[in-house]
Ligand binder design. Structure first.
Ligand SMILES: C[S@@+](CC[C@H](N)C(=O)[O-])C[C@H]1O[C@@H](n2cnc3c(N)ncnc32)[C@H](O)[C@@H]1O
Length: 207
């Protein structure tokens, strides 16, 4: 599960010196807002790292947020930043855990968000474990917003191999329990100005 790899990344690099860094994640915020969730509904950002999305969700008024990552340091950096902004830490549950095996509340989440995490699951058993864990934690009718590297995206990230996806491949991987609502592509520009093509998608979990 590479816990020491990720912990080392966050201990040795500033948060704006990783390839996936985004100063703002306006696109995801708008996508989440467009799903018409109540502000009290349950949202989890898995493999959140030190991403800014949690700050933006708190600022937008969402108040039942879960943040999960393998790296304690990533979570600490996020907590510190959020509290320095005066945002309410009480609206967030912090989980230092593996997304594939974490004991999550069951049929609980209205939205599961994953940017650049599932694509690190490169073996079928890992992918199945992730999907089964997610299905247990999502409510029937709950949403999945997932961003992976697209089929012409990089083959590695953070020195680790990744699985790239076309929308057809991702649909097949997720299986019949997820209905596709929307997808698009966008180019992420890394801090050193290289381009990474992402596949963004929104799904409903049929339950
Ligand atoms: C490429 S970063 C993306 C971070 C964040 N989602 C973003 O978009 O900025 C991948 C993140 O997934 C976390 N991660 C990798 N494998 C994981 C696993 N099995 N369980 C939980 N977190 C994991 C890493 O610690 C890292 O923070």
């Amino acid at each position: 599960m590479n816990q020491s790899h990720w912990e080392n990344v966050y201990q040795t690099k500033d948060i704006d010196q990783v390839s996936w860094y985004q100063e703002q994640d306006q696109k995801t915020l708008e996508l989440i807002k467009s799903q018409n969730l109540q502000l009290s509904q349950n949202i989890i950002d898995v493999g959140s790292g030190a991403s800014i999305l949690i700050d933006q969700l708190l600022e937008a008024g969402y108040r039942n947020l879960y943040v999960l990552d393998l790296s304690k340091t990533a979570l600490q950096k996020t907590k510190l930043r959020v509290s320095e902004k005066g945002l309410d830490l009480g609206n967030v549950t912090w989980l230092e855990d593996d997304v594939c095996t974490a004991h999550l509340p069951q049929q609980y989440f209205d939205l599961w968000h994953d940017r650049a995490v599932f694509h690190f699951m490169v073996s079928e058993p890992q992918q199945e474990q992730y999907i089964e864990n997610m299905k247990g934690a999502l409510k029937a009718g709950g949403l999945l917003i997932m961003s992976t590297f697209a089929e012409d995206g990089p083959t590695q990230c953070s020195g680790l191999p990744v699985q790239r996806y076309s929308i057809a491949q991702l649909k097949q991987r997720l299986g019949d329990d997820f209905r596709l609502v929307h997808y698009d592509h966008d180019l992420h520009i890394t801090p050193w100005q290289t381009q990474q093509n992402f596949l963004n998608s929104v799904w409903v979990f049929k339950g």
